[in-house]
Design a protein around this ligand. Structure first.
Ligand SMILES: C[S@@+](CC[C@H](N)C(=O)[O-])C[C@H]1O[C@@H](n2cnc3c(N)ncnc32)[C@H](O)[C@@H]1O
Length: 315
């Protein structure tokens, strides 16, 4: 039987554990809880004073019980952090077979649609849209990768493929790189430009390209020192035609991208596919290393949240 007290104490303990890191890394967004107590099967991500609660339980659980558990979660957060209920947002991440992965979210919070908040991370700021989408604009699991890229960025040229809100490009730019961010969504590229603007980054050294990644790779004549690729697990067009599947297509994606990498450059590839296996052919033809252990953030108990690899030319 789930126990409210147990949940409250766990949230309190988790917050305490995270506190020194928050200061050290200058972050306002982090994972607070990940199914620590089996009876409360939620993931709770905190973005400043907003709490996003993702339900992760099986679909067949008693609805009445779910309602009680949600109430417990909301009350515990409210009591512990002193935030209004409006800032505790329940979202449901369903297994998608189709096209909705990045569609707008319809929730009872729709009256807040369009509302934006700004969070800080390691010297950068990001605009989040808590009420409009399932993903709010900043993937937390990639925080260490953003920090790594910022550290090596000085004087480099970065290509960010599937750039989403271009948070990696923002960090690279703040670290002193020129950047090109590519995404098929104009909406996300507009959001990316807003992220650059709130960080006071002059856009003269930065480009935003609205294109399909593969078409871009076929056309691009530039060369890069750093290439970052974080593709979706799958991607389809409006007609539901499957365009990309990471396991099947990463070999071609990485091989094509390597053609744009300067001789001393590095390519960083990350995927959230939990059963991902790296192509044997890539292992043969490139210098590669798996860096997942270094790229999982301190606040993630889930060590399979992503797999991350680094590639270089062999000669
Ligand atoms: C960053 S990826 C998702 C990463 C995250 N790890 C995940 O699996 O949910 C999502 C981005 O890829 C973009 N995207 C999807 N397919 C694309 C394609 N074929 N070409 C360019 N961008 C694409 C989407 O518009 C979105 O901004």
């Amino acid at each position: 039987m789930a126990n409210y007290e147990e949940l409250y104490n766990r949230l309190k303990k988790n917050q305490k554990k995270r506190k020194p890191f928050l200061k050290q890394l200058e972050i306002e967004a982090y994972r607070l809880y990940d199914r620590d107590i089996p009876a409360y099967p939620y993931v709770i991500d905190r973005y400043q004073d907003y709490f996003f609660v993702y339900e992760k339980g099986k679909k067949d659980i008693d609805r009445q019980l779910i309602f009680q558990h949600q109430k417990d979660v909301a009350t515990a957060i409210e009591e512990l952090f002193g935030v209004e209920q409006e800032k505790i947002i329940f979202k449901k991440r369903e297994e998608k077979s189709g096209k909705q992965q990045y569609d707008k979210l319809t929730t009872f919070h729709s009256r807040n649609s369009g509302k934006e908040i700004i969070v800080k991370e390691g010297g950068a700021k990001f605009i989040l849209k808590p009420f409009d989408y399932l993903d709010v604009g900043l993937f937390l699991d990639h925080r260490p990768i953003r920090a790594k890229i910022k550290k090596i960025a000085q004087g480099k040229k970065l290509l960010n493929l599937f750039s989403y809100t271009s948070s990696v490009s923002v960090h690279a730019a703040l670290g002193g790189a020129q950047t090109i961010s590519v995404d098929k969504s104009k909406k996300y590229l507009e959001w990316s430009k807003q992220n650059f603007a709130i960080n006071d980054i002059d856009l003269s050294n930065h480009q935003f390209v609205a294109a399909d990644t593969f078409e871009f790779l076929d056309m691009c004549l530039d060369k890069f020192d750093i290439i970052f690729i974080d593709p979706p697990t799958f991607s389809n067009e409006k007609k539901k035609q499957l365009l990309f599947e990471v396991e099947k297509d990463h070999e071609m994606l990485i091989a094509k991208s390597m053609d744009l990498l300067r001789p001393e450059g590095i390519l960083i590839f990350s995927t959230n596919k939990r059963t991902f296996k790296l192509s044997e052919k890539l292992k043969e033809i490139l210098w590669w290393s798996e860096i997942t252990k270094k790229t999982i953030p301190f606040d993630f108990d889930d060590k399979k949240i992503h797999y991350c690899f680094q590639f270089q030319h062999k000669e």
